[in-house]
Design a protein around this ligand. Sequence first.
Ligand code: HPA
Ligand code: ZN
Length: 341
Amino acid sequence: MTSLVHQLIDTLPKAELHLHIEGTLEPEMMLALAKRNKITLPYETVDDVRAAYQFDNLQDFLDVYYLGMSVLIEERDFHDLTWAYLTKVHADGLTHAEIFFDPQAHMERGIAFETVLAGITSALEQAHKELGITSKLIMCFLRHLSEEEAFDTLACACKHKDHIFAVGLDSSEQGHPPEKFERVFAQARKEGFVAVAHAGEEGPPENVENALDLLGVSRVDHGNSALQDAGLTRRLAQEQTPLTMCPISNLRLKGIPDLSAAPVKKALDANLLVTVNSDDPSYFGGYLNDNYRAVADALALTEPQIVTLARNSFKASFLEDSEKQTQLDRIDAQITRLRPA
Ligand code: HPA
Ligand code: ZN
C-alpha cells in the first residue's frame, strides 16, 4: 500500500525553484539533437551517455553538462528541451516553475541570446496555456567567467525585462566567491531584477553570508553549508530567507555521503524556509518528486513535513501574494481529498 507520505508527494501541487533547464537534457534528446544539428559527441548510445554521468564533485559534472548542451543550436531545440521538462513535471503535480538558464554557455558557442530566450519562453507560454503551469525565468551568470562578461550578459537581459524576472549565479563555486560579482548584482538590482545565487554548495558559510550581504539575494540556491554556522542558521530562520536545496544533486556530486546526510530535515527543524528541488534532473537521475521521495525515505519525514515542503515551495517563490494564496488553497484542497472525513 502506498503510504500517505508518498500519496502527498505524488499529488500535492508544488513549485520547483532550483532547476537548470540545460540540466533537463535527457540522453535520448541529446543524441537526437546531435544528429539533427550535426554535432559530434564522444557518445554513440544512450548507455554511453549515462556511463559518463559519474561525478566526484561539481566541476566533474559541469564539464559533462557544458559538453551535453553543445547540441542545443536552434530556437526549436530550446523550445523542445523546455517543453519536455514541463510536460514531465506536470505529471508530478508541478504547478509553478522558476527556471534557470545559462546564456553565456550558449553565446560562447555563437548562439544568439535571443535564440535561447525565444525557445525557452515560447515553451513557458505554451505550458501556461495548455498545462496551467506558471513560471518565471532566472538568468544565471557563469561565475567562472569574468565580471566584464557578466556585465555584457546583463546588458542582453536588460532588453528582455518582460521575460526575465531575476538574475542568478551558478557554475564553479570554488575560487569564484560571491564578492567577484558584487558590482554586477548591484547593477542588476538597480535595473529591477530580483537576485538569487548558488552559495554554500561546495563553498563555506561565508559564501552564503556574502551572497546575502554583498549580492543582495532574496533566496539562496543550495545553502547547505549555512547549517554549519549556528548564527547564520538563526539569521536565515529569522529573516525567512529561502534555501532551495537539491538532495539528489548533493548525493551525486558527493557533497553528502548518503541521503540521510541531506540537510533538509535539519533545516526544517531549525524553522528555515527550505524547499526541495531537482537541480539538473537528467544528469542526477531524479526529477522533483524523486527528490521529495528520496528525502522522505532517508530522513523519515512525516506527513506534516511533506506538506510544509510543498507549502514552502510557493512561499519561497516569486509569485504575488494572491497567487501564493491560490496555490496554498489548492494544497489544502488536495489534503482534504486524500484524508477521508
Ligand atoms: N551548481 C552550480 N552550477 C550549476 C549547477 C549546480 O548544481 N547546475 C548547473 N550549473
Ligand atoms: Zn543549481
